[in-house]
Design a protein around this ligand. Structure first.
Ligand code: GLU
Length: 427
């Protein structure tokens, strides 16, 4: 029987509690982090292609602006709701803090199934959303970006609608835009490449290399598809891949030629049917079975709470690199640690996306264009140094006789930075 739906915000708060318990500061210093600064919920009216009007709920949760303007994606998904966005906005505050960026955290979305609407209907929906929230966003206020089921095209319409309302095009209001209207080279592939750079850091710490690594990837969205392609390029073997059309596993590896074809079209935004993999010798499995098959590495790059305690008990990978936000429950994360599995937490593993979003925002504000190499070199160097910072925090606790998880180290680093800024601002 399917367990009750797990509340992502409660999971996030349990993780926060664990970090607070490890801090030398009193717990009360961190209390403000439990609530967003502002939560916006708007009814959006938009017109169908046949002329009828319909509605959807839009949200923006602005968690913390202590370190700078709110930053975070927008997702279009039927299960979007306030508790999920509260968790996701909180995690964005942690991500930007861990990277030392002058940005806070926010997250938004619209509760719709985008597969039910045409491109022009979705464009009208996006415009309705911008009209509803344009006073609460802006390059110095809140800067959205793509997330689940949104992409550069969504951001193009978003930026255009915002520009029209302000009688001036301002590219820095959103990131993840197409190159032609102020997007950054490297932004499209940043999150997926960042996941692989986090994997390489974790492997290096364990004296291992990515070549020959057997990897399971859950999700063929922008993150999963690009991470899998990069892993293949570096000589790894993909033994499992899944998306909403099914989960497929082959212990000897899935044909790289076939995979590349599928993943390249997925990375370009097409919805791909994975059933063809059955013809190539892969087995179709249920999600929990799929996640716990033999592999060196598991990259969950789909939605929240995929790895619960039951999966954590039987998961066989040595490394879990969180491409998605919140794929492990707090209890599962703890169990994996007890079992010796290295989990690189979402707030670092998928932070390449927001990092290059920051580079895009900087380029927009300076009316500058950086080369792809410059963007990706800066990203890799920053992610590696952030990873080393977490190892140092772990080592400092180890000296005191306490073994802490990478997630706890990441939370400690972020919440201390945010609280310091918060207190300075309060005076
Ligand atoms: N949606 C991405 C995330 O969850 C990127 C956010 C951004 O670039 O602002 O990190």
């Amino acid at each position: 029987m399917k367990a009750m739906k797990i509340n992502p915000h409660l999971e996030a708060m349990k993780m926060l509690d664990e970090a607070i318990a490890l801090s030398t500061r009193p717990a009360s210093d961190f209390e403000f982090l439990r609530q967003a600064e502002r939560e916006i919920c708007v009814r959006l009216n938009f017109q169908r292609d046949d002329g009828r009007w319909t509605q959807a709920l839009g949200y923006r949760v602005q968690h913390s602006s202590d370190l700078g303007p709110y930053k975070g994606g927008l997702r279009y998904h039927p299960e979007v709701e306030i508790e999920e966005l509260r968790a996701l906005a909180f995690w964005m505050s942690l991500k930007t803090a861990i990277l030392g960026l002058p940005l806070g955290g926010g997250k938004g979305g619209i509760a719709v199934d985008p597969s039910l609407y045409s491109a022009s209907e979705l464009a009208r929906l996006t415009r309705a959303f911008v009209e509803a929230i344009h006073l609460d966003i802006g390059p110095d206020r809140d800067i959205p970006a793509p997330d689940v089921n949104t992409n550069a095209q969504t951001m193009a319409v978003f930026a255009d609608a915002y520009g029209k309302l302000n009688a001036a095009y301002e590219p820095a209001v959103v990131t993840g835009k197409p190159l032609a209207i102020g997007g950054s080279l490297g932004r499209h592939e940043a999150t997926g490449l960042g996941v692989i750079s986090a994997l390489k850091s974790a492997l290096a710490t364990a004296g291992r290399s990515i070549e020959g690594c057997r990897i399971i990837v859950q999700g063929t969205g922008n993150v999963g598809a690009i991470a899998a392609l990069e892993a293949l390029r570096l000589g790894a073997m993909i033994v499992g891949v899944s998306n909403t059309t099914g989960s497929f596993y082959a212990p000897e590896g899935i044909s790289p030629e076939l995979l590349k074809l599928l993943l390249e079209s997925a990375a370009a935004g097409a919805s791909v049917q994975l059933a063809v993999l059955e013809g190539a010798g892969a087995k179709r499995l249920s999600t929990p079975e799929f996640l716990s098959q033999a592999a060196d590495v598991l990259i969950p790059a789909a939605l929240e709470n995929q790895i619960d305690l039951d999966v954590a008990d039987v998961l066989q990978a040595d490394f879990v690199i969180e491409g998605a936000n919140g794929p492990c429950t707090q209890e599962a994360d703890r169990r994996l640690f007890e079992r010796g599995v290295v989990v690189v937490p979402d707030v670092l593993a998928n932070a390449g996306g927001v990092l290059v979003s920051y580079y895009e925002w900087v380029q927009n504000r300076q009316r500058d264009v950086w080369s792809r190499d410059l963007v990706l070199e800066r990203m890799a160097a920053k992610l590696e140094s952030a990873y080393q910072d977490l190892l140092e925090i772990q080592a400092s606790y180890e000296k005191k006789g306490q073994k802490i998880r990478l997630r706890e180290a990441a939370y400690l680093s972020a919440i201390h930075r945010i609280v310091e800024a918060h207190e300075l601002r309060l005076g």
